[in-house]
Design a protein around this ligand. Structure first.
Ligand SMILES: [Zn+2]
Length: 161
């Protein structure tokens, strides 16, 4: 068994909503705090899909903004009545399934290489000068400590091999 990556082994997830600390049971591991090997692997492969989808959309955003004939990415977002960030997030989400479909066609060995590439090699993805995807951070999910978020991570020591 492996520590559930969603709740970090706690079985419950805490987050702030409207300034209030909310704690929910973790649906990913059914509050056991652990996932089986198959789920653990799928989770890590899904992270690869999120990275690729995020990078693709960021490339798309830049291409649109660099195209002199285009009205710009923010205009596309505005046409959908969305903020640019919500629009970006939605498009990343839409891309994930097809990327995951492509990844599932690869051999186990190829998938393992991509998982390692995602977790140990890649640079964070930056959108508008803000990090929007960093697997090394999501592996060390922020834990709610008392009333404030703890935003420090202990480096790479507890990355599960
Ligand atoms: Zn969990």
């Amino acid at each position: 068994m492996h520590t559930c990556p969603k709740c970090n082994g706690k079985g419950y997830e805490s987050y702030y909503e409207d300034g209030r600390l909310v704690t929910d049971p973790c649906y990913h591991c059914s509050t056991t705090g652990e996932v089986d090997s198959l789920t653990y692997r799928e989770d890590r492969l899904a992270s690869v899909a999120v990275r690729i989808a995020t990078q693709e959309e960021e490339d798309c955003r830049k291409a649109i903004n660099n195209d002199p004939d285009s009205e710009g990415y923010s205009t596309h977002a505005a046409e959908c009545w969305m903020s640019e960030w919500d629009y970006f997030s939605m498009r990343v989400y839409d891309r994930q399934d097809s990327v995951m479909g492509e990844l599932s066609k690869l051999s186990i060995e190829q998938q393992d290489v991509l998982i390692a590439w995602n977790e140990y090699v890649c640079e964070p993805i930056v959108y508008n000068e803000q990090v929007v995807y960093d697997e090394s951070v999501s592996l060390h999910r922020e834990e709610v400590q008392d009333e404030e978020y703890c935003d420090t991570f202990d480096g790479v020591d507890d990355i599960p091999f």
